[in-house]
Every structure is written in C-alpha cells, then in structure tokens.
Design a protein around this ligand. Structure first.
Ligand SMILES: [Zn+2]
Length: 326
C-alpha cells in the first residue's frame, strides 16, 4: 500500500474498487488485440466480439448462458458445498481470503456456473467455467460441480455441454485438485453410459489438468476462434524442446487443422451450431429408447434405401442401450 492509498478516503476507495472489479460499468472497452475502442452497447450486441478484428473477448458465465438458452431463460443449479481450504494453504494471502475475494468479485461460489434450460427447444444442461474466478482453476468445488452437472443431465435425460476455460489444477488444494481429473472423467462416463451426448466447447484459454481430463472427452469438440488450447504453455514447450514453435501453435484454428478440434465456431454462430448437433444426437437417442421391444431389426448392410438403413441404425442403437442397461 503506497502513501496515496493511505490518504484516499474510504468512499473513493470503494468507488475505485467497483470500477476495477467489473467491466459492466465501463462505457468504452479497448480491444486487447487491435486496440480499437468499442462502445459498451455495441460490444454487448456483438456478444463481446470486437467488431473491428473479430477478437473474442472473455464473457462471464451469466452472459454466456443468457445468450445460449431460449429467450435467456434458464434455471441455475447450485454447486455442492465442499470442505473449504482442507490444507490450510497460505501463500501471500490465506486461501480462504482469496476465495472470499473472488466470491465477492464474481458473485459466484466457485469457478463454475451450471444452468439448465432449452436450446431451440432441446432440454440441455450447460456448465460454464469462469476464468475470472482464480483462473478457472480446478479444485474440489469445480470437480463436484462437474459431477453435479453430469448427474443433472442424466436425471433430466438431457445432453451435457461444458464451456471450458482454465489454467489447470488449483495449486492451493494440492493433490486434492489433481484428484478431480479422474472424478470428472467418471462424471463424463456417467453421461455417456446414459446414452446422452457430451459436447465440449473450448474457450480461451483451456490448459493443464482440465485439458488432460473432461475437456478432451467430448463426443464433439468445438472451439472459439483464437482460443489457446493445450496442456503446457507454448513458452514451457519451447524451453523444453529448444525449438521455435510453428505460427499459431496451440490455437483453435491450428488444432482444428490437425484434428484435435472438430469445429471452430464464432460466438455469433454458437447457439445455431449447438442446437443443430443436439437435435441430431437427441433424435436418435429418443427414437431408440421409445422403440417397442417386438421390432425386428433390419439388416443394415442390405438395406435398399436410406430410410431403411436409418431404421436399422436405430435398432442397433437400441441394442447398444439395452446392453448398457444390463
Ligand atoms: Zn479488435
């Protein structure tokens, strides 16, 4: 604390803190990529994508969920309570104080927000990681949140979509944060065993233990343009292998070219793309489950036309579901 902050009256300090905390009060936002000043109304209308250079700025979970669910209507699913600060960790600050600070800044309990609602009429559970909450780090709270989201999806017979953004495991929880990797993997398995689709949307940045677990286990992987996606950061890799990395390494477009990401989807087209995918996935699931038991399976290979071939595929889907249920 310097001499200036010592003599600043508390009222002014509070005002400065509020300006510092949220972007909501800002009239103009400077694009971090091209430097263009964008008016807040224009920025909101463009879902926080720079109109000049198409740079996708960070948005909070609520803004994202409101933009995806029909008419902005969704139910918030509360995160489960977990033991706070089991290791009594302290660096420059106590971990509990750090948690309190981020809870105050973001208004959220941890780095995950779960919502349930409809995307173009399809019931869906969406979990969004919030990078503004301790770098979206994965601790016990987030692990339990992912499990909760998966349980909710299975309970509602709805697909699960996760928007990832994380620096990796939360170091303040040590080994307990690493244990969230197998736990979240089990959560994904639960959704798959229920025959429900699991879609991952990788946003900037998705790294570390999150990339090494649930972020890479989707049926489909979408990514926002320009998102950094990887395990270790580019600088660490360059130092380790002592080689210059190629242009755009670990960026969404590069990974799409190499096959690690299925589609790079601009924010403006995200809802349309998700709804298209969910409709294809869910129509199959619903038809197979509703099919009566006495239907004779059609031979898929010898089916004379497209329609019969499709019916055959549904029957085999049903067989797979029955097997999973046994
Ligand atoms: Zn820009």
């Amino acid at each position: 604390m310097n001499w200036l902050s010592n003599i600043t009256p508390p009222g002014i300090k509070k005002m400065l803190r509020q300006l510092d905390d949220g972007n909501d009060n800002k009239l103009w936002t400077k694009c971090a990529s091209c430097g263009e000043m964008v008016f807040h109304k224009d920025l909101e209308a463009a879902q926080h994508v720079c109109p000049a250079c198409n740079h996708h700025m960070a948005i909070n979970a609520t803004q994202r969920l409101c933009g995806l669910f029909d008419d902005g209507n969704w139910d918030k699913i509360e995160l489960p309570d977990v033991v706070a600060d089991p290791l009594k960790f302290r660096d420059e600050k106590k971990y509990t104080d750090r948690l309190k600070e981020y809870r105050r800044k973001t208004g959220e309990k941890d780095a995950l927000t779960i919502g349930a609602g409809k995307i173009d009429g399809v019931d869906t559970v969406i979990a969004v990681q919030n990078f503004a909450f301790m770098g979206g780090s994965m601790g016990m709270g987030l692990g339990d949140g992912i499990l909760k989201a998966a349980q909710e999806a299975v309970f509602r017979k709805a697909p699960l979509v996760i928007f990832t953004a994380s620096g990796g495991a939360r170091m303040q929880e040590g080994i307990l944060s690493l244990m969230q990797m197998p736990r979240t993997t089990i959560a994904v398995q639960m959704v798959k065993e229920a025959g429900l689709p699991y879609i991952v949307v990788l946003t900037h940045p998705t790294t570390g233990g999150v990339t090494a677990s649930y972020a890479m286990l989707g049926d489909v992987h979408l990514a926002e343009p320009g998102a950094l996606i990887g395990f270790a950061g580019p600088r660490v890799i360059e130092q380790t292998i002592r080689e210059k990395l190629p242009e755009g390494f670990q960026r969404a477009e590069y990974l799409n070219e190499k096959g690690m990401v299925d589609m790079v989807v601009p924010r403006a087209e995200m809802k349309k793309t998700l709804s298209g995918l969910l409709r294809v996935f869910m129509r199959h699931g619903v038809k197979a489950a509703e099919m009566p038991d006495n239907v004779t399976p059609l031979p898929v290979m010898t089916a004379p036309d497209g329609e019969a071939a499709e019916t055959g595929a549904e029957v085999s889907d049903k067989d797979a579901l029955d097997k999973a249920a046994e």
